[in-house]
Each structure stands twice: as C-alpha cells, then as structure tokens.
Design a protein around this ligand. Structure first.
Ligand code: ACO
Length: 311
C-alpha cells in the first residue's frame, strides 16, 4: 500500500520530474541511491588501481601522459559521485569506511589483473565502453545531482574509450607478437566486461523497483545486449576474435546471439574471491592510512584559521 506522499512522489517520477536533495523522497529511494551512487564512486576510485599499475611502464611519453590524464579523470569522477551521494545525507567518510569494512561493493571488473600493456587497451575499449553503455542512460536518471554528474562523466569516458581503442588498433596492426597480446587481452577481458552489467534480469534483485523509480533506465540484460551489438563489429574491424563460439548475428532479433559469462565466477568475485579482491581493497586501506597525516595537517590548519581574528 502506497501512502499519499509515496503516490505523489511516484507521479512526479512518472511525469519525468527531477528529484532534488531537499525534496521529500521514500526511504527506499534514498537508500537505493546511496547504495548505487556510493558503489559507483568506489568503482571509479578502485578502478584507478589496475591502470595506475601501468603509468610508469607506458611504452612512450605520449602514452604515459594520456594514461596519467585518464587515471586522474577517474579520481575526479569518484569525488564528483561522492558529492552527489553526500546530498542524500551520507558523508564521504562514512562511505569510505563501509567500503574498507567490506560492507559496500565496487564493480567486479576491477578485481582482475592487468598483466601487460595490451590490457590497458582492452580496458579502455571494453571496460570504459561498457561503462558508457551503462552511464549514458543514467544522464536521464530521476535524481538531479546524479543525472548531472553523469553528463560530464560520460564525456570523459568517451575519450577514455577512444584511447583504449587506439591502443588496440596500434597493437592489432603491429607485429605478430603485438597482435597476439591484443587477442590475449580481449580473451581475458571479454567475459568480465559482460559481467559489469550485473546479473541476468532474472537474478537482478533491484531492477524492478529501481526502474519504477527511474534510478535505472534499462535492465542489465538490455544493456549487455547493446554492448555486444556495438562491440562485435569493432572486434571485426580490429581483426580480433571475440572468444565466443556462439557469437552470431541474429537477423530476427536484430542483435547478436552470445554466450553468458560464468555467473558462478561473478558471484565469487562479489563475495571477495576474485583474483585481485584482497590486493585492491588492501591498496585502498593502505592509501587511506598513509594519508592520515595529510588529513590531520589540513584539519589543524583549518582550526587555526578558524580562531585567527580577521585582519
Ligand atoms: N560488480 C559488483 N557488484 C555488482 C555488479 C558488478 N558488476 N553488478 C551487480 N552487482 C551487485 C549489486 O550491487 C547488487 O548488490 P547489493 O544489493 O549488495 O548492492 C547485486 O549485485 C544485485 O544486482 P542488481 O539487483 O542488478 O543491482 P543493481 O540494480 O544495482 O544493478 C548496476 C547493478 C547495473 C551495476 C547498477 O548498480 C548501476 O547501473 N550502477 C551505476 C554504474 C556503476 O556503478 N558503474 C561502475 C562500473 S563502471 C566504472 O565506474 C568505470
């Protein structure tokens, strides 16, 4: 049974109104947004680690500068999203504490290792490609601060995807060894990229309510299908092979048929048992602890400024 307030709220959503931080909202709406935006922010921050790993080993100065800029962009996205979450009444410190305590998630994809330079190309092409597919519709999400944050983030993600595709192109058109590396990175990153969209619609516990609230605009399976449809021709263009024997254009449905990822693996990664979960979370906790002196210094400085009489 919906209360009067809830009914009026749903009508605003259905009309396409944006909900702003000071507006009345159901507790569940607020909680779902804090979960999703917080998780999204954590993904941006943890997502810096696999690529940051290659900044010092980029093959040229130009590649290094580009990768450095991209990884800095991800930090910016994280901070931007934490701010959007803060408008819902949760602090950044609280969210970070929950992440470090293992009580909040970040995207499964960042628990896979980056073994060589081709992985940086594959991540830009596939992972940022999947991120854009998921985030472009979120520009129309019902919560104003989240929708507006997505506009800028999507522009930057598009640049990220292009830089990844550019790396793949260079490698795919290079020597046989380089081509082999590019293919190997595609082989390893394909299914984890498909998992980014979340479990199948049957297993997605939040989709129905989140879509009614327009927190989500599409289902997980819809976006996964669009991603495959967009990416398969790009792989052809690169002369690389998507590691899926069942991948085939289906004229009738107007999309590709493809194999599902290994969902057991997905749920294991979510439980903390992926190849790099412990390493990633450990690196975040260490960075937080190592930065304590900076935070203390800033607080001490702010306190001194606050008691100093105005000149
Ligand atoms: N990695 C980790 N956890 C996931 C993933 C994933 N790829 N997909 C789903 N989950 C989790 C959900 O968070 C949920 O767990 P919870 O209840 O403990 O929070 C559970 O699996 C069930 O999934 P759904 O019911 O489908 O969850 P939801 O409706 O939140 O959909 C989705 C998941 C599509 C990821 C959604 O939250 C979303 O669109 N988030 C915003 C985008 C985002 O976070 N992107 C981050 C990666 S891209 C990047 O930052 C570079």
């Amino acid at each position: 049974e919906m209360s009067e307030e809830e009914r009026a709220f749903q009508e605003r959503i259905d009309r396409g109104d944006k909900i702003e931080p000071n507006d009345w909202m159901p507790d569940g709406y607020r909680k779902t947004l804090i979960r999703q935006i917080g998780q999204h922010a954590h993904s941006e921050i943890v997502g810096q680690l696999p690529e940051g790993n290659w900044i010092t080993r980029a093959p040229t100065l130009e590649r290094k500068a580009i990768l450095l800029a991209k990884v800095q962009d991800e930090a910016g996205h994280g901070l931007y999203l934490y701010c959007a979450a803060e408008t819902l009444g949760v602090s950044r410190d609280e969210l970070i504490e929950l992440l470090h305590a293992g009580k909040m998630k970040y995207s499964s994809i960042f628990n896979y290792p980056t073994l060589n330079w081709a992985d940086i190309g594959a991540i830009g092409w596939l992972v940022d490609g999947a991120a854009i597919m998921n985030q472009v519709p979120l520009q129309r999400t019902s919560f104003g601060p989240y929708a507006r944050a997505m506009v800028r983030i999507c522009k930057e993600e598009s640049f990220h995807q292009r830089q990844g595709f550019d790396i793949m192109m260079k490698m795919a058109r290079g020597t046989q060894d380089l081509r082999r590396m590019a293919q190997d990175a595609l082989d390893r990153y394909w299914y984890p990229s498909l998992m980014m969209f979340g479990p199948s619609d049957k297993e997605s516990v939040h989709s129905a309510q989140s879509m009614a609230w327009k927190i989500k605009i599409n289902t997980n399976d819809e976006l996964r299908q669009k991603f495959v449809d967009q990416t398969a021709p790009q792989a052809d263009y690169l002369g690389l092979k998507i590691p899926d024997e069942k991948l085939r254009w289906n004229e009738e449905k107007g999309g590709y048929d493809f194999s599902e990822p290994d969902w057991n693996e997905f749920f294991e990664v979510l439980k903390g048992n992926g190849p790099c979960n412990r390493e990633r979370l450990g690196a975040r906790i260490r960075a937080w602890d190592d930065g304590a002196w900076v935070r203390e210094g800033l607080m001490a400085h702010a306190e001194k400024q606050a008691i100093r009489p105005a000149a």
